[in-house]
Structure formats: C-alpha cells, structure tokens
Design a protein around this ligand. Structure first.
Ligand code: FES
Ligand code: FES
Length: 166
C-alpha cells in the first residue's frame, strides 16, 4: 500500500510584529509551526489537545490554544507569542509583576499564563482576584502555584496602569 500524500503549504502570517512565512505540512498545528519552523519555543506544548493552556498565544489579540489551531488557519493573521511580550532587558509589566510575586515554580505553564493575563488586561485594566482566576481558568499549573500567579497578575495590572499614567 502506498503512503498517504503529505500535503504541504506555505503560510504567511505576522508573528510578534514581523511578517513571516512558514512551510508546513497541512496537518501541523500553529504551535508546531511556531516552535519547529520559527524556533519560538516559548510556546509550550503540554497536553496537545486543548486542556492545559500552556500553548496559549494571541491570535488577532484574542487568546487561543495554538495546539488546536492549524498553522494554515493562521494564514494572514496576527500572532503574539510570549517572545513578543517583552525582552529580558525590557519586560512586559505582567512579566515584571510575576517576577516580583515569584509566580512560577518549574515555569512550564508560565508563557501561557502570561499570554492569558495580557489578554485579560487588554479588556480590563483593574481586575479583581475572581476575574483573574476566571481569565486564567483554562491554564493549568501542575506545580499548583496559583496564589502567587494571581498575585503576579494583580501586580502586573498595577504596573501597567502606572505605565499608562507615565
Ligand atoms: S498543549 Fe495546547 S492546551 Fe495543552
Ligand atoms: S509553574 Fe510548573 S506548571 Fe506551573
């Protein structure tokens, strides 16, 4: 029996503010394209079936699980990964907040948490703890450091508001 044909596609998308092209098998997820074709390994793959949230990225500003989106579906769209939030020398306020609050243990869930938090703060710059928990409800932390993660996002929101006033 002959092997199945491997359908491939070239996908043009904007990633972290840059126009990029990736050549991928049509069955590949956006997470695979980001990690394997573009080397953006900050997007983590945990469950690979939409449960853990570690692969969360912004697609046209909204949080999506990149393991559930085909790379070809991102054609022409805008993607932001954790690498697009800040740099080690110029952290995003939410990254600063999480650093101050020690909001990570192994760090595996952190990129997805940060992306979900940034999406929340784009809609609501002063969320209470219940709203933060709700927004992060789809992100699992196997180290169960949830209290410090909520504190980190709360501090990130405060820093973001201070930035806005500056
Ligand atoms: S790897 Fe995508 S939700 Fe778990
Ligand atoms: S810090 Fe380890 S999974 Fe969240």
């Amino acid at each position: 029996m002959s092997a199945e044909p491997r359908l491939e596609a070239t996908v043009s998308l904007r990633v972290n503010g840059e126009d990029r092209q990736v050549h991928v098998e049509a069955r590949r997820s956006l997470a695979d394209a980001l990690r394997d074709a573009l080397g953006l390994t900050g997007t983590h793959l945990g469950c690979e079936h939409g449960v853990c949230g570690s692969c969360t990225v912004l697609l046209d500003g909204g949080p999506v699980r990149s393991c559930l989106v085909l790379a070809v579906q991102a054609e022409g769209h805008d993607v932001v990964t954790v690498e697009g939030l800040g740099t080690p020398d110029d952290l995003h306020p939410v990254q600063h907040g999480c650093l101050e609050a020690h909001a990570f243990q192994c760090g595996f869930c952190t990129p997805g948490m940060l992306i979900s938090a940034v999406a929340l703060l784009a809609e609501n710059d002063d969320p209470d703890d219940a709203e933060i928990r709700e927004a992060l409800g789809g992100n699992l932390c196997r180290c169960t450091g949830y209290e410090s993660i909520v504190a980190g996002v709360r501090r990130g929101a405060e820093l973001l508001r201070l930035d806005g006033e500056g």
